[in-house]
Design a binder for this molecule. Structure first.
Ligand code: NAD
Ligand code: UFG
Length: 334
């Protein structure tokens, strides 16, 4: 039996493919390369020593999904494929609903045609919205403040409905906090196109001298040093969380939302200092106004993942910064 990884050449999907392969899973990947590159496939082979079956295609295309399901015995789907830029989702909401929600419905229909009843879904801490107190706990209410976030809330509801309609279906909704870092080999990592929106890729471009300085979006929050606080998690820890979630889904039917975070918050200034410490490079910055839609503090209650999956994040902030920098260096970003 095989595991289908949608979006498997992307940032989190590629790291998860490595951890799954190393755990002995047989993997099939589908990606349309809308936000990743074909070179990743060779790198996955170099790291794991295994050939992964790959289909270049779109999850909105039922024909390619039927081909995958007929050529492989797919037992479970780990579903990363989706668009993820918050700002772009405000400008192009229909693209986000069509790709993320429409694509997931199409994928679930293909799974239904083949009797595949396990899905691990890439949700996000963004579903906790702006009004819940930290730490975020899985049974809190969900909402969103932009189309990207609404696609995650909607897909969570769709999977709840699927599980309610079919007592054999198992869906794990993994709510990721802020993944950074990269594989130790320096071969795979986050490779955003254009000017990055997220903090760590932006810091790496500043360290490389490609961008002049970091804009810190607000230093007047009620936090340790006034800057925003996030739960940064090493992408390899996050990937291991998927291996654990798959094990759980094999043993349990029904729907479960589970946070994948460290349970610890780090401020923007603290992250900048950690990068400066491990690289020896000064990161110039300027404090500017708050970014619309940002919350002050976001971190997980990580106890459910430990209880259900026997998983917890192991890698600290310095290791995350070292690995991000190694990846940037190897790829001549730094
Ligand atoms: P990514 O863009 O690196 O990976 C997504 C992959 O999916 C890309 O390789 C892209 O080419 C592919 N893809 C997109 N639409 C597709 C389609 N219709 N058909 C086939 N392939 C398609 O993003 P990532 O950071 O690896 O995120 C993976 C998932 O995790 C996404 O669903 C994202 O929303 C979610 N997530 C990410 C973060 C984060 O900070 N990175 C946080 C929370 C949730
Ligand atoms: N920040 C800056 N300058 C920048 C970029 C970010 O100061 O150039 C600050 C932000 O204001 C925030 C913190 O750094 O305080 C983290 O910002 P990111 O953009 O890296 O991450 P977010 O927490 O805003 O959002 C990310 C993903 C979302 C996801 C969310 C929760 O982009 O898709 O984590 O998982 F929903």
């Amino acid at each position: 039996m095989s595991v289908l990884v949608t979006g498997g050449t992307g940032f989190i999907g590629s790291h998860t493919a490595v951890q799954l392969a190393q755990a002995g899973e047989d993997i099939v990947i589908i990606d349309n390369f809308s936000n990743s590159k074909p070179e990743v496939l060779g790198k996955l082979k170099t790291i794991t020593g295994k050939e992964m079956r790959f289909y270049e295609g779109d999850i909105r295309d039922g024909t390619v999904l039927d081909k995958i399901f007929s050529e492989n015995a797919i037992e479970a789907v780990i579903h990363f494929a989706g668009l993820k830029a918050v700002g772009e989702s405000v400008e192009k909401p229909l693209e986000y609903y069509e790709n993320n929600v429409g694509g997931t419905v199409n994928l679930l229909e293909a799974m239904k045609r083949r009797g595949c009843k396990k899905m691990i879904f890439s949700s996000s801490a963004t579903v906790y919205g702006n009004d819940n107190p930290v730490p975020f706990v899985e049974d809190m209410s969900t909402s969103a403040i932009n189309p990207y976030g609404w696609t995650k809330v909607m897909i969570e509801h769709i999977l709840e409905s699927v599980c309610a309609s079919d007592p054999e279906f198992s869906a794990v909704l993994l709510r990721y906090f802020n993944p950074i870092g990269a594989h130790k080999s320096g071969l795979i990592g986050e490779d955003p196109q254009g000017i990055p929106n997220n903090l760590m890729p932006y810091i790496m471009k500043v360290a490389a001298g490609e961008l002049p300085y970091l804009r810190v979006y607000g230093a007047d929050y009620d936090t340790v040093d006034g800057t925003g606080v996030r739960d940064f998690i090493h992408v390899v820890d996050l990937a291991d969380g998927h291996v654990a979630a798959l094990r759980y889904a094999r043993a349990h039917a029904g729907v479960e939302a589970v946070n994948l975070g460290t349970g610890k918050g780090t401020s923007v200034f603290e992250l900048v200092s950690a990068v400066e410490k491990v690289t020896g490079i000064k990161i110039p910055y300027e404090v500017v106004g708050r970014r619309t839609g940002d919350i002050a503090i976001c971190y997980a209650d990580a106890s459910k993942a430990k209880r259900l999956f026997e998983w917890k994040a192991k890698r600290g902030i310095e290791e995350m910064c070292e690995d991000s920098a190694r990846w940037a260096l190897k790829n001549k970003i730094l």
